[in-house]
Each structure stands twice: as structure tokens, then as C-alpha cells.
Design a binder for this molecule. Structure first.
Ligand SMILES: [Mn+2]
Length: 346
């Protein structure tokens, strides 16, 4: 298992030098942020990122994410150009040493929460998603203040995109995903880059938009669209685990045994009775996930891919990017490292 940590580049208040000080830390998970979605990443920016990471004594081999342009998800004729750009990004990243690319196929909105700084009983703050609040949110009405969603859309363009998605039901989204995979996976294979789709977060439709990477049945279908090792998963325990219908341990075991997990995001969530959830500390008793059983499933299958502690709470007075502070993620990393070391001695 290769331990990694997400870093948002020079703007990130968490310094690479601090990440290096987490015992067992190996790789940096990052991305080029200076180009619009859908464009080709400059070799200059990629090389610069690589140099920064390596100067800190860490390895540059995982990208999260190369975002998929909305026209690809919508299946518009312009997707041809954006898919060619995507292929070029795979080639360029491969040449820089990248082994895994994480991406997602969620229409319009990436991960969605209703509050980013909910104060928990111990005084830490965490990201939460309360069903009741979510149902009241309407991105098309009033001021859009969706926490965490740094929108590049104005209200008018957003209305236009929603109108386009009115034509895209789940089956259409599936066929648009299949088209995309059939184009890019051969390039990923040729350049030895494992593509790892991130599940939808939360794993059910929101705001009337379809979501398809949500549960075991759909992940089975996804893997069969292009039945090739290079078409794999970022298995996010928090995203899939925030649907109570998902048996996360069973799914980790199944997909790890198939060799289709290339990247693990491990975090805990506390499920509430109405389907809401709160992000919690990694330690199993703090939430609804059994992190030890998840690690055991990986160990049993000799998992050799990447793992990173996913979102953390804000603790010890730290401020910064919600979910991506240093302290709680470092605690999570050590917890995972400790479990992994123990399993190796049993
Ligand atoms: Mn994740």
C-alpha cells in the first residue's frame, strides 16, 4: 500500500514540508489548477509541480483530478475536442511519471454538503450533509450558496446547463460515459496510466441531476463498460459509505480481489437515521465505517495501490480549506499506517 496525501499546490496552507513529516508518507496527490476545465495542461505547469513535490522528498505519481468537461458528460458534439485534450493530458502526465489519474463523472456538481463547519461535540468542526437542508436547496433559485462549490458558472449559465441536462437521463449519462471510456482507456493503457473513477458523493441523485457511480450494481456495470484493468476505481469509503445501502467492506474486498481498485480514499462518516451524514474522525468508533475491516479486506487481497486519508475535521484551532487541514488528516494517516503495520505482523 502506497501512502499519499492531497495537496492543493502553492496556495495550499499545508506545506509540502509538513506532509513530509508524517511518518510513512510517500506520494503527493495533486493537480494543475491554472487552466480551465477541459483544456490541455501545460508541460511547464506539470513539470513545475513535479519539481516542487520531489524537492520536498516526496513522489509525484497520482493526479486528482483531471476534470471531465461538462460537454463530455452531456454528450455534445464538442466532446470530440475535449476528449482529445483529455488524451493529451494522459500522455503528458504519463511522461511526468504519473501512474494513476482520479476523475469523476458527476453532472455539474462535485461533492455536495450542506455545511462545512458544523461544530461537533468535541469542539472540532466537520463537513455535514443534512437531508432536510439539501432538499430545501435550489441552485436555480435565489443566491446559490452551496458550500464548497466554487462555481465558475453564473446563475444564467447554470440555468442553461440544467436545461441541457433535462435531456440527459441516467441511461444517456451511461452511454456518454461509455463513449468517453472507449476513447480514453486505450490511451491510458498505452501510456500505462490507471484511470480511477471517483464515486458520486453523496451516492444518489441531487437537484434532479442523474448520478450513476453510486452502488455495487452500478460499479459492476461501470467496470464492464470497458473490461480492462486500466478502467478502475478510486474507492472512496466516505462517499460510498454515506449511502446506507452500500456494504463498503464487502465492496472493497470484491473490487480489490478483481484488481480494479487503484486508489483508496479512506475516511469515516457517521450515518444518521434519516439518511443524513456527518464526516467524522477516521477512528472507527467515531463513525459508521469499520476502518479495520476495510484495511483487512485490502490486506487480504495484497492491495498494492495508493491510499490517502480523505477529509478530516478541523482540530486544534487550524484554519484552512474545509476537509483538507493538516492535523486531522495526519492523525488519519497514522491510524491507517498503524493498522497496516499490525496486519503485516499477524
Ligand atoms: Mn473521496
Amino acid at each position: 500500500m502506497k501512502f499519499s496525501f492531497r495537496w492543493y499546490g502553492e496556495e495550499d496552507p499545508v506545506k509540502l514540508q509538513y506532509i513530509r513529516q508524517i511518518p510513512g508518507m510517500r506520494s503527493i496527490v495533486t493537480a494543475v489548477y491554472d487552466v480551465p476545465v477541459g483544456e490541455v495542461w501545460s508541460t511547464y505547469s506539470i513539470t513545475r509541480l513535479k519539481e516542487q513535490v520531489e524537492q520536498a522528498g516526496l513522489i509525484f505519481d497520482v493526479i486528482e483530478s483531471v476534470p471531465v468537461h461538462e460537454d463530455i458528460k452531456l454528450g455534445l458534439p464538442t466532446r470530440v475536442k475535449y476528449i482529445e485534450n483529455y488524451k493529451e493530458n494522459i500522455r503528458r502526465l504519463s511522461k511526468a511519471g504519473i501512474k494513476v489519474i482520479c476523475y469523476n463523472f458527476m453532472p455539474v456538481f462535485d461533492w455536495t454538503r450542506t455545511q462545512l463547519d458544523k461544530v461537533l461535540a468535541d469542539g472540532s468542526t466537520a463537513l455535514v450533509c443534512y437531508k432536510e437542508q439539501l432538499e430545501k436547496m435550489d441552485p436555480l433559485r435565489g443566491e446559490l450558496s452551496l458550500p464548497g462549490w466554487d462555481s465558475s458558472y453564473t446563475k444564467d449559465t447554470l440555468a442553461g446547463i440544467f436545461e441541457q441536462y433535462a435531456m440527459v437521463d441516467e441511461e444517456t449519462l451511461w452511454s456518454n460515459l461509455e463513449y468517453f471510456l472507449k476513447e480514453i482507456i486505450p490511451v491510458a493503457e498505452e501510456y500505462d496510466v490507471k484511470m480511477a473513477i471517483h464515486p458520486d458523493d453523496p451516492p444518489y441523485p441531487i437537484f434532479g441531476l442523474p448520478r450513476i457511480i453510486t452502488d455495487e450494481k452500478n460499479i459492476d456495470r461501470f467496470l464492464k463498460l470497458v473490461d480492462n484493468q486500466y478502467n478502475g476505481l478510486t474507492f472512496c469509503t466516505g462517499s460510498l459509505g454515506s449511502g446506507s445501502f452500500n456494504d463498503v467492506v464487502k465492496m472493497v474486498d470484491k473490487y480489490a480481489s478483481m484488481g480494479r481498485i487503484h486508489f483508496m480514499h479512506i475516511r469515516n462518516v457517521k450515518l444518521l437515521a434519516d439518511g443524513s451524514f456527518e464526516e467524522s474522525a477516521h477512528y472507527s468508533p467515531c463513525g459508521s465505517m469499520d476502518i479495520v475491516e476495510i484495511m483487512k479486506a485490502l490486506y487480504k487481497n495484497k492491495y498494492d495501490g495508493y491510499v490517502r486519508p480523505d477529509h478530516g475535521r478541523m482540530i486544534w484551532g487550524e484554519t484552512g480549506r474545509p476537509g483538507y487541514g493538516l492535523y486531522d488528516r495526519a492523525l488519519g494517516a497514522m491510524y491507517l499506517t498503524g493498522i497496516w503495520e499490525t496486519l503485516g505482523k499477524e
